[in-house]
Design a protein around this ligand. Structure first.
Ligand code: 5GP
Ligand code: ZN
Length: 114
């Protein structure tokens, strides 16, 4: 049975350019970067979308944001700034149904809600 793409990346069954890992989180370069820094931060457990998360995911969701904080510092873009994007379900533009946060940086972001 074909498994979720990002679950396979987390397991190492599919290659990725890993940038960060801890007990709950895995982060890797986006294959089609929209900015000089474009990293996907994912939970190691399979959670399809943000709206599948409940109170038991509170720690995990906080963990993902703190991972973004650490990665931004490691990449040296914490002071310049960066953007986090979380697409949810079809009208949110979600394509891969394993919860992920995009960390975008290294260039000036514009407000383009499209
Ligand atoms: P979404 O639209 O679901 O928020 O974003 C999915 C992201 O996953 C896209 O930015 C896309 O480029 C990225 N992506 C899709 N397939 C792969 C892959 O196999 N490897 C990596 N590293 N990124 C992927
Ligand atoms: Zn998954």
């Amino acid at each position: 049975m074909p498994e979720c793409l990002f679950c396979r990346i987390v397991k190492g069954d599919l290659p990725s350019r890993k940038v960060y890992e801890d007990e709950l989180t895995f982060a890797f370069d986006d294959i089609n970067p929209k900015a000089p820094v474009h990293i996907l931060i994912v939970p190691k457990i399979h959670l399809p979308t943000l709206v599948d998360a409940g109170p038991s995911e509170q720690e995990l969701l906080g963990h993902l944001l703190l991972a973004a904080n650490k990665i931004a510092k490691e990449k040296g873009i914490d002071g310049r700034g960066f953007r986090l994007v979380l697409n949810c379900n079809p009208e949110g533009g979600q394509v891969v149904y394993h919860l992920h946060i995009h960390l975008l940086g290294g260039r000036q972001m514009r407000w383009q809600p499209a």
